[in-house]
Design a protein around this ligand. Structure first.
Ligand code: SF4
Length: 407
């Protein structure tokens, strides 16, 4: 750069750029995690020029007209592999950068226009996880029953005595037999009160490898069922019942899920895991309405958390287009109502609507699958699509951003 009058400056195609009200700009290298944040107008203008459609990510610069500030910026960006430089020569053509663009919106529009295609069998390929609340009957009186299911895959008790009947179950199984289901959750109530539990494997023969039966540890009963078990443990724990459940559950096919509301629960969980040598465990934070400090200390993201690992371009694109917490998932409640997220409006009912109709409705209306960070304050944040999409925690806490970056 020193000895040449002119040079091509180009932005590398793997660089993600975001702006905050044109006052601040982030340039993020999705290959090495290096980044620059700048509020210098001259630097922002340079990147804006690179992004002008006709420039194709490349501009010709003259050394004599660039000031020391922009030179420092270019050097830093070059060193972080955000920019590239090519010396100008009349003999060589301009370098062209093909900037990747996201096309999902076009796909959705196409789906809307092309009605034949929209409810074609291929819509079923979006369905990767199905959760069936087979009943809502349970005689336990867990303190968190009415809240936990809104945050995690927790059981729910309504005692309305709804349960999914055999013809409905068979109809669901038939409709999803060719869907790429990676997980079929069977949950209640107390699933051991569900009269068709032992028929589940036969009914869902095409998905039998991915069936997960969920139970509260106090409800668990040993059954000769060839499924995976997912068992909830919440605190305070009944040692006697937990020990019984730990003895009865097939350890190689069981994951223990701990509902965590404070640091004491974390300590107790660690003790249980160690004492019983549990191999498959997951900890799930639980917002009680009174433990926001626990969430602020342990769940809220800060700037360092966001940049703690390399965020690949495909993940940023995914965050721009989809909500990965929800995408591909449907939930059927014990009365047949279907949701794309338990906190989202109902899509329909399995007794009245086919899965193709329900999937099309979600793709068209977007109650949950494509909910990205488009609300304030995230819509004007440099890290809008670096952050994971909103989850059920944002919903139950009633705050669109669980971070310390913006209040
Ligand atoms: S959660 Fe929202 S406001 Fe907070 S850092 Fe992420 S995008 Fe920004």
């Amino acid at each position: 750069m020193e000895n040449q009058e002119k040079f091509w400056l180009f932005i590398k195609p793997h660089v993600y750029v975001s702006k905050e009200e044109n006052k601040c700009m982030l340039l993020y290298n999705t290959q090495n995690g290096e980044f620059i944040e700048t509020a210098r107008q001259h630097a922002i203008n340079t990147v804006n020029q690179l992004h002008e459609r006709q420039n194709l990510g490349t501009i010709l610069m003259e050394k004599k007209v660039i000031d020391s500030e922009i030179e420092t910026f270019i050097r830093e960006a070059e060193q972080k592999k955000i920019f590239g430089i090519m010396l100008y020569s009349e003999k060589h053509p301009r370098p062209v950068q093909l900037m990747p663009v996201l096309n999902i919106q076009k796909d959705i529009e196409k789906l809307r226009k092309d009605t034949d295609r929209s409810i074609g069998e291929d819509t079923l390929h979006y369905l990767t996880e199905l959760t069936l609340y087979v009943n809502d009957d349970c005689s336990l009186r867990c303190r968190h029953c009415k809240e936990a299911y809104k945050q995690v895959n927790f059981c729910i008790q309504n005692n309305t005595k709804f349960s999914i009947d055999l013809p409905t179950l068979q109809s669901i199984a038939k409709q999803i037999q060719y869907a790429p289901i990676g997980r079929l959750n069977i949950i209640g109530g107390n699933i051991f009160k569900y009269p068709l539990l032992e028929n589940i494997v036969d009914i869902f023969d095409a998905q039998k490898e991915v069936i997960h039966c969920w139970s509260h540890y106090r409800n668990f009963q040993p059954k000769d069922l060839d499924v995976n078990f997912d068992i909830w443990v919440d605190f305070p724990v009944s040692n006697e019942l937990l020990k019984k459940c730990l003895c009865d559950a097939p350890q190689d096919k069981t994951t223990f899920h701990f509902l965590i509301k404070n640091t004491e629960d974390v300590v107790n969980t660690e003790e249980i895991i160690e004492e019983h040598n549990l191999a498959n465990t997951e900890l799930h934070p639980f917002y009680t309405g009174e433990n926001i400090e626990f969430f602020e200390d342990n769940i809220f993201l800060n700037r360092e958390d966001i940049f703690s690992e390399i965020i690949e371009q495909r993940k940023i694109f995914c965050n721009q287009a989809f909500n990965f917490h929800n995408f591909g998932k449907l939930i059927v409640s014990a009365n047949g109502d279907v949701f794309a997220n338990i906190n989202a409006p109902k899509l329909g009912n399995v007794k009245e609507n086919s899965f193709l109709e329900l999937l099309y409705k979600e793709l068209d209306e977007n109650t949950a699958w494509r909910k990205t960070r488009t609300e304030k304050p995230c819509d004007n944040c440099l890290y809008q699509y670096l952050c994971p999409p909103t989850s059920n925690y944002e919903f139950v806490i009633g705050k669109p951003n669980l971070c310390t970056v913006k209040s």
